[in-house]
Design a binder for this molecule. Structure first.
Ligand code: ES4
Ligand code: ZN
Length: 317
């Protein structure tokens, strides 16, 4: 089934084996005995407990070649699971804040994206996310830096620790990004309340909502998302691993889909959450009993919800 992946953090595709490989190449010592020791620590209680390991893990990424290797590994795995187009998030501030230049990240990632269509059969676009827990002023400075490379990203997003960092705080930086012609997305309603989803829609004016699962708690919001056909990029395995839902069999995605919201299925941070996008499809099929028609609809939604121009969508149908 050809599909687009619309919610993947490239830094979350960093597998433990690559962490060790890059630490060795960069002369860094890791506080883990081996790959199994590191993987054994991937037991999360909430979003923050994951983010702590996520930001530590990416500390081994120093050179353009590190980012190229990371991106090639992701594209290899995604292609094997049927991904034909990927809109890839990256976190500029997670690198610039530790002395790795934005150019290093962009040059390295793009070296892999440049021949992705030919090598992997995957078309790509990049979305730069602001780290909401570092505040709106730093987000504005990050946008200034990004605008020197405007042609290299298709849009901006908002991620990291959600609670206490509402979308409305980022009204100005998103308004500027829109004026620059960038597409807009934001994580909202992952751990945060339905109110944050309203703000993503009405204050930021996003094209898609990342996660958005807590919209299920607000019937008026569910009607709004369905009426305006606002896509949600749902990440089922992520939601279970971060305990945003109790179990996959109790996930709200059937209720959101039945209400008429365009739902897409995505991997989020596949190295940390136990699977790539095909694994997410397989698990929801098994645990939620979706039939082939329903799964195909999620795949079709991902193409329709992508930022691909109409002329390039035929390839994915
Ligand atoms: C993230 Cl699962 C998730 N939520 C929020 N921000 C993130 N950054 C990377 N993964
Ligand atoms: Zn995410």
């Amino acid at each position: 089934m050809p599909k687009a992946e619309l919610h993947i953090h490239i830094e979350g595709a960093l597998e433990p084996e690559l962490i060790f490989d890059r630490a060795r190449r960069n002369g860094l010592t890791l506080p883990y005995a081996d790959v199994d020791d590191l993987r054994g620590r991937y037991q999360f209680t909430d979003l923050q407990s994951f983010l702590d390991l996520y930001y530590t893990g990416m500390n081994v990424l120093r050179t353009p070649e590190d980012f190229t290797a990371l991106t090639e590994e992701y594209l290899t795995r995604a292609a094997r699971q049927g991904v034909r187009h990927a809109e890839i998030f990256f976190d500029p501030q997670a690198h610039t804040s530790r002395g790795v230049a934005l150019e290093t990240v962009l040059d390295g990632v793009e070296a892999a994206l440049a021949d992705s269509r030919r090598r992997f059969g995957v078309s790509t676009a990049l979305i730069a996310c602001f780290l909401r827990d570092r505040g709106p002023e730093e987000a504005e400075r990050t946008l200034d830096e990004l605008l020197a490379h405007k042609h290299r990203v298709i849009g901006v997003g908002l991620d990291s620790a959600e609670l206490g960092h509402p979308p409305a705080d980022f009204a100005r930086v998103f308004s500027r990004a829109r004026q620059e012609g960038l597409r807009l997305v934001a994580h909202a309603g992952e751990e945060g309340p339905a109110e944050y989803v309203w703000q993503a829609l009405d204050v930021l004016g996003v094209d898609r909502v990342d996660h958005g699962i807590r919209a299920v708690e607000d019937t008026e919001l569910v009607r709004r998302l369905a009426r305006d056909r606002v896509p949600l990029t749902v990440c089922p395995l992520s939601n279970v691993r971060l305990r945003c839902v109790d179990s996959l069999s109790e996930h709200c995605l059937p209720r959101l889909a039945d209400a008429g919201i365009p739902i897409t299925i995505n991997s989020d941070d596949p190295s940390y959450f136990g699977g790539y996008v095909g694994d997410n499809f397989a698990e929801i099929e098994r645990e939620l009993g979706f039939d082939t028609t329903a799964l195909r609809e999620f795949a079709v939604n991902s193409v329709e919800a992508s930022f691909l121009p109409e002329s390039e969508r035929e390839r994915l149908r």
